[in-house]
Structures are given as structure tokens and as C-alpha cells.
Design a protein around this ligand. Sequence first.
Ligand code: ATP
Ligand code: MG
Length: 146
Amino acid sequence: MFETIIIAWDGSDHARKAIRVGCDVAKKYEAKIWLCHTPEGGATPIAVDPFIGAVGAPLPPEEIAAAGKAALDEAEALVKAEGCEVTGRRVGSVAPSDDVAALAEEIKAELIVMGRRGRGAVAGLLFGSASQEVQRAAPCAVLTVI
Ligand code: ATP
Ligand code: MG
């Protein structure tokens, strides 16, 4: 049923829970685990101030890649602590939902596991934007953990 599972990681407590659940499912189905993370900071500049330069400017690509690697190292350590191996890792570059959906398509994953919320600061939301978008865009089943 589930041969390949993707866990979407944003470093939040919700995503930690997704790792625990994803690993539990992976053990039961002997599934392969992929990790996917989209670092922040790739955004297009939203304004240019004559004194301080671009506001909201994208970070240099090497900084984004390093942030992505650090985030995925942390997630991989958590997966190993659950007694599972990581088959593959993807640092996304578009948006969390697009990146995870594209990866699912590419590796033919049958399941994406993610948190219902993430690191977002707006209290009271039932679903975060990434979780809503993934449910719309995913080519496979999505398990949103709470
Ligand atoms: P918002 O980002 O809209 O303010 P939020 O942060 O509370 O809301 P989401 O971003 O939808 O909620 O996060 C839900 C889940 O999506 C997270 O638990 C995580 O599994 C996944 N996710 C969120 N951001 C990323 C990301 N940058 N890379 C990979 N997965 C992510
Ligand atoms: Mg978020």
C-alpha cells in the first residue's frame, strides 16, 4: 500500500509529530522515507529602500542551500532516533506545497505526512497554508497530523 512516504519538515513541533507518525507508518509498511524541506528566504524582493537596499530580498543561494541542509540533518537525526532510515532528501526551491507535490510525483510516493500547522505565527488557524495547498496539489494521499 505505502512503499514510499514523504515527510514534510519545517522544524516545528507539528513536523516532529509528523516524523513520529511517518516513521510508525513506514515501519508497519516497510516503506522508504523521503524528507522534504523548503527553506525560507528565496522570496522575490518586495521593495527597494534607497538607504538599506532591497527589503525582503532573497538570501544568497549558498545560504539557502546551507539552511536546507541543516534543517534536513536535524530531521534525519529524528528519523534515525525512531529507528528508521532516510532513503532520500530534497531541498525545495519554490514553495513547500509545490516542492512536496512535485517530489511525490517524481518518486511516485503514495503518502505525504505533514503537520496540520507549522511554524506560522498566526494563532487560531485550523490549517496552515502549506497543509491546505498540499491537500489541493498532492498526487497522492496526505496525512495531516495534529
Ligand atoms: P502558515 O505557514 O500558513 O503561517 P503554519 O506554518 O502554521 O501556517 P503550515 O506552513 O501549513 O502551517 O505547516 C503545516 C505543515 O506543513 C508543517 O507541519 C510541515 O509538515 C509542512 N511544512 C510547512 N512549511 C514547510 C516547509 N517550508 N518545508 C517543508 N514542509 C513544510
Ligand atoms: Mg508555515
